[in-house]
Design a protein around this ligand. Structure first.
Ligand SMILES: [Mn+2]
Length: 358
């Protein structure tokens, strides 16, 4: 398991690479060119500058999260081939600087969805919260709330320019059923995976968050069966997963350790995060510690360990602690994610140690 940390880049993150160096065990930075919108060309000079800066502090740059997929590819418009060509161009350029894994998602309109960014927990910290009843028929209410809460920080998947045209965006997905969306994903993968095989970059799809359809939009990567279908449809090790325990864990029917065991050879990146799921289906993000939430974290780490996992891992979102929400990107503060790193490495070390003793 290689521990990494998501960083938004110089001037776009309140946390610095010097901060991250002081968290034990973090070897790589999960990076992206965050100002690039889906479908835009990534220039080689920009890629080189971003990776040079990260490697100058001793970190690896093998994981990119994300290269966003243009809506025309998800909708299946004739212009998709043009955008897939651009995507392939980015894959080839990223290979030149040694990138090994690209995390991406195939969610229509919205990336992750929450109804509150700073919901208070009993200990006085606060975290991202999803209240089922607060999801109304009017998605623009939720968009306004999220964008206001994010303040000066940009958030991937929540680009204001894109969401300004929300009605238009929804209308363009009107005919995109689950089946169509799956076909469009397969079409995309059938074109890019041969290139990935050639340049040795693994694609790692992020599951839908939360793991069910919202606002009538289809969600196709959310359970054991939907993941199985995707992996079989394009049966190459380069068509793999970002195993996000926080996203898949929103549905208590998902048996996360069993899924890790089944998909072990196709998991290239793992987002490890805990959520507490309430009886009515609401959920809140909590500390990484297993007993604080609904995800059996020691079992999750054990399943990775027992399958000899050598891929990349990062703590996913954290709570906002000690007042840091005044100046951090929602879900991406320093303290709780650093605690998460230590918890995950602690569980891993104890498994490794027990292995030696026996
Ligand atoms: Mn995730």
């Amino acid at each position: 398991m290689k521990m990494t940390w998501r960083w938004y880049g110089e001037g776009n993150d309140n946390i610095t690479l010097d901060h991250i160096r002081q968290i034990p065990g973090v070897r790589g930075i999960v990076w992206s060119l965050h100002d690039k919108v889906a479908g835009e060309v990534w220039e080689m000079e920009r890629i080189q500058a971003a990776t040079d800066q990260i490697t100058s502090k001793g970190f690896g740059t093998a994981v990119v999260e994300s290269v966003n997929v243009h809506d025309d590819i998800k909708i299946g418009r004739p212009s998709r081939d043009h955008y897939i060509d651009i995507y392939i161009d980015t894959i080839r350029k990223l290979a030149r600087v040694g990138v090994k894994v690209i995390c991406y998602n195939f969610m229509p309109v919205f990336d992750w969805t929450r109804t509150e960014l700073y919901k208070q927990l009993p200990d006085g910290s606060n975290a991202l919260f999803y209240e089922k009843a607060a999801i109304t028929d009017n998605p623009s209410e939720m968009v306004d709330r999220i964008l206001q809460g994010a303040g000066k920080f940009t958030m991937p998947g929540w680009e204001p320019e894109r969401l300004e045209k929300l009605d238009e965006l929804f209308a363009s997905y009107a005919d995109v059923t689950e089946e169509r969306l799956f076909e469009n994903l397969q079409y995309f993968l059938e074109r890019i995976i041969p290139v990935c095989e050639e340049v040795d970059i693994k694609m790692a799809i992020h599951p839908d968050d939360p793991a069910w359809p919202i606002f009538g939009l289809p969600r196709i990567i959310r359970s054991r069966d939907t993941i199985r279908r995707l992996l079989d449809a394009v049966d190459s090790p380069y068509n793999g997963l970002t195993f996000c325990t926080g996203s898949l864990g929103t549905n208590p029917d998902n048996d996360l350790p069993a899924m890790i065991r089944e998909f072990a050879d196709r998991i290239h990146f793992a987002h490890i995060r805990n959520v507490k799921v309430f009886e009515n289906g609401d959920f809140i993000e909590v500390s990484h510690r297993g007993r604080d939430g609904s995800v059996d974290m020691p079992e999750v780490v054990k399943a990775l360990y027992e399958n000899g996992y050598t891929g990349y891992v990062r703590p996913d979102h954290g709570r906002h602690l000690w007042g840091e929400e005044a100046n951090c990107r929602p879900g991406y503060g320093l303290y709780d994610r650093a605690l998460g790193v230590m918890y995950l490495l602690g569980v891993w070390d104890s498994l490794e140690n027990a292995g030696k003793v026996n």
